[in-house]
Write a protein of this length. Sequence first.
Length: 416
Amino acid sequence: MKERHFLCIDLKSFFASCECIERNLDPFTTPLVVANKNQGQGAITLAVTPYLKQQGIKGRTRLYEIPKNIKYFIVNPRMKLYIEKSRDVVDIYLDFVALEDLHIYSIDECFLDITDYLHLYKKSDEEIAQDILKTIKKKTGLTATCGIGSNMLMAKVAMDIDAKHEKNCIAKWTYDDIKTKLWNISPLSKMWGIGPNMEKKLNDLGIYSIKDLALFDKNKLKDKFGIMGLELWNHANGIDTSRIADFKKIKKEKSISHSQVLFKDYYEENAKLIITEMIETLGIRLREKNCETSCIGLGIQYSKIINDGFYHTTKLEVATDDENNIKKACFLLFDRFYDNLPIRKITVCCSNLSKKLGVQLNLFQEYQDIQKNENINKTIDEVKMKFGKNSILKASSLLNDSTIKERNKKIGGHHE
């Protein structure tokens, strides 16, 4: 197999650096914080300068959590400025690689597949990375860090873990570094794709480092987390077969989705309530169409001022129209990627739809139990169709953070 060379490039303290550059200030000597001044000391910092990070201040924290002895000044965020700067940097990437070899991961982070450019430029992957970073600095004033890897995962983790400590801001990890570098990552939440909630679930299994995860029985991980468990195991062993082209495919398969913009900031507990209610709606729609889904997607958009979020999917081993199975997949995605930030929009998607032809059993389920659950769902659907969608509600729907009663009224009390 042809050895591949990926770059993962991140713009260091992007929002704060943009604000410093606009003011002719040096981000490495300026104590600047980007946050909404109108929210007082409870405001979340969207970014802090490298100068403040060197003093132990995290990029995402509450203003009141910054030690009183550290002096700094606050500027309000300007998303239009950051988007313009981001486009300038993307244009630089496109001077080095073709569009099909570039994946924009976020406003300040991109992946580049430079495998086919080593011969073209007659340079090593590290030399190309140096050229790109120097060009970014020269044309925009921004400092970037770069991870180089044999796959996208290794490039990302090299950038996250090592690049910021290197003098030239470049770190390279190959398959030879899996046991000596990747396995040493601890706590687990320092690893790309493992959030605080997933870290706790893995800790409960006795897994505290990436080495622990890599050596854990992958079949037990699969039993616990489904296909996502295998992905976690693969990543812990440096295995990632994804390509940039995978992110550019236009998916044409049938799907149904449900999005909801929230009227206030939601966090883990009340966000999971909303996800559960949205899945209930999608479950009814699946059964209406006599369809099942084998791929679940969850999108979380954080508060507008943060301008960040995620959308990830997971495949199911068995297609389903059962809300409990869909909820389990959604919650695993949520626990894996949620970053304890205020949420303002949630999207749930069921794709890879297929017609339901019958009941598919597995070794751990009794036919009677599955049939009983299907009969319950069918009865509830019939009652709601006849008497209105609010005729049967879960007790959780009476909580203040629930939105399902109001949404059902807006789309009509009876089935349409």
